[in-house]
Structures are given as structure tokens and as C-alpha cells.
Design a protein around this ligand. Structure first.
Ligand code: PAF
Length: 303
């Protein structure tokens, strides 16, 4: 493949789900020493994963380590589900209090600020990605789409010393001085597609086929734009409806992550997605009735 083992950078992954494993494989293939972080001593010392569906296909093994090991690594990559981010960080609080670089890759917003307040010695970075993967029943990780990944420091604008290595490892990745723009863009997409597909039990593409659902997509987009403008988050492109429509078309056959969580009986990420938007709407005194209704519906029915 032509990837040389020449990196002296090392990192820990916190949250070894499908996306966590995709990033672990990207980092490992250029020679970064990648560990999987676990709070307690596990009987297993190695985590093995088989990836398929892209040029990452193959068998991987990662050493499982306890938090003390993270002190010697260059960064911790958090790839848990949104509701687990703060708990996962609590498990490594001694490392964070010692001063550490943390990249939070999870969907949603709200926890970055909280992490920064809780662990002031740590440097918090945020990343957002359109990489997609799912685990099949047999435990294989299927890398269904390679995507774009944007990374930035959450409050400061200073880039980390491992940035060049990260950019070499993660395909189609970039550094931004204002990660909040990218986080809001992903939040907006998730606010529309995830709860709508979850409450209507449909594929992403169905949101554009049904005229009533398409109207709802428009209404949600307008409300989100009002909150984003009130929060003074610069808008990267044109109208949000155009961006969301494109994502819906590009992922037409997908079942959204929220619908998958719901079907599997897992806690959804609604609190960090629509919950965060509604919280911001309250702060900036913007009315968001359509988003509020969806939030309540998911909280009552599935949360
Ligand atoms: O959460 C998801 O499912 C994805 O972020 C997206 C873009 C909505 C596509 O399904």
C-alpha cells in the first residue's frame, strides 16, 4: 500500500466502536502506535478487528491499555456515542488533569464546552467526519463510505504538534481555525435527518419522496438557520435546505444512526443533537416549535 512505518507519534482510542476502529486503522497504517483505552484491567490484552469494504480492508490488532498508559501518548481520540463522552473522559480524568491533548470525534454538541470546563489542563480538539461504517452480525466492520474529516482546536486556534501526522493518516482531512462552523454544519444535518427518519422509521432518501416530510425538512432547516444566525456562527455555504437535501440524496439508502440506535434499543444521541439546538434556541430566544416537537417525541417514545 506504500504506507511507511515511520511515525513516532502514539495515541489512545477511547470508544472502540465502528468509527473508532476506522480511525484506529487509518492511524495504524501509517505507523502510529495506537492503543485502545480501557478504564479497568481487562482480561483481554489485545483487541482484534476485521475491516472490509475499502482500501482499509484487513485484520488489525490493538493493545488494550489502562489510563496510565495514555500519559505517555500524544493524543486521546474520543469516538464514543454522544451520551457517553463525559463519562468516558471521567474515566481518564487523572490523565486529563496531567495535561493531555484530546480529540472529540463524537456526533452532537454541548459536551466540548463541558469537557473544557471540567479538565482545564487538557487541550480539547474537536473533529467531525462523514466517514461511515457499520458492524455486520458476524462482527465484521464494513467501511461503507470514506468521507471528509475536519479537525480544529475547540477554543484556541493553535495547531497541535501531531497535526501533520494526523493529516497524513486521515484521508481527505483538513485543519480549520473555526471548528464550530463545521460542528454546526454536521449538527444541522443530524438535527433534520436523524429524528425525522427515527420517528418515521424510514431510510434517509424517503424524506424527500414524501411531500409532507419534505415540508418538515424545510421547516426544520429554517428554524436551525435562525438559531445558528442568532449564535453568530458564520454560514459556510448557501441555504441549509440545499446542503441537507444533498446529504439526503447522497445517503438515500442509509438508515440514520439514530434509527439504528433506536431499533437496537440503545440510548439515542438526541440530547446532544436536537437537545443542544433547543437549548441554544432558548438562550437566544428563538422559537423552534418543529425541532421541539421532534425532541419531545423521541424523548417520550424512545429515550
Ligand atoms: O448520523 C447519521 O446517520 C449520519 O450522520 C447522516 C449524515 C445523517 C447520514 O445517515
Amino acid at each position: 500500500m506504500g504506507y511507511k512505518n515511520k511515525s513516532s507519534i502514539s495515541c489512545c482510542i477511547l470508544g472502540a466502536g465502528t468509527i473508532g476502529m476506522i480511525f484506529a486503522a487509518y492511524l495504524k497504517r501509517i505507523g502510529i502506535k495506537v492503543y485502545i483505552l480501557h478504564h479497568e484491567d481487562k482480561p483481554k490484552t489485545v483487541l482484534r478487528a476485521r475491516l472490509q469494504g475499502s482500501d482499509l480492508s484487513g485484520d488489525y490488532s490493538f493493545e488494550i491499555v489502562t489510563p496510565e498508559k495514555a500519559i505517555d501518548t500524544d493524543f486521546i481520540l474520543v469516538a464514543t456515542k454522544a451520551p457517553d463522552v463525559l463519562n468516558a473522559l471521567k474515566g481518564v480524568q487523572d490523565v486529563l488533569n496531567n495535561g493531555s491533548d484530546v480529540i472529540i470525534l463524537s456526533n452532537g454538541m454541548g459536551f466540548h464546552e463541558k469537557a473544557e470546563k471540567l479538565y482545564q489542563s487538557a487541550r480539547i480538539f474537536a473533529a467531525t467526519t462523514t466517514e461511515a461504517a457499520h458492524t455486520s452480525e458476524s462482527g465484521l466492520i464494513h467501511h461503507s463510505a470514506s468521507g471528509r474529516t475536519v479537525l480544529g482546536a475547540f477554543s484556541s486556534t493553535k495547531s497541535p504538534k501531531w497535526l501533520t501526522t494526523w493529516l497524513n493518516a486521515i484521508p481527505d482531512s483538513s485543519w480549520t481555525q473555526n471548528i464550530k462552523i463545521a460542528l454546526w454544519e454536521k449538527l444541522a444535518i443530524n438535527c433534520v435527518i436523524n429524528p425525522l427518519t427515527a420517528t418515521h422509521n424510514c431510510r434517509n432518501g424517503d424524506l424527500m419522496k414524501d411531500p409532507a416530510l419534505k415540508e418538515l425538512v424545510k421547516e426544520l432547516c429554517l428554524e436551525i438557520e435562525m438559531v445558528r444566525d442568532a449564535a453568530k456562527i458564520p454560514c459556510a455555504g448557501g441555504p441549509l435546505f440545499d446542503l441537507v437535501s444533498k446529504v439526503i440524496f447522497d445517503t438515500a439508502t442509509n438508515f440514520s444512526s439514530m434509527l439504528q440506535d433506536m431499533k437496537a434499543g440503545r440510548t439515542t444521541e438526541i440530547e446532544s443533537i436536537t437537545g443542544y439546538l433547543v437549548e441554544m434556541a432558548t438562550v437566544f430566544e428563538v422559537e423552534v416549535p418543529a425541532n421541539k416537537k421532534l425532541l419531545e417525541e423521541i424523548q417520550i417514545r424512545y429515550f
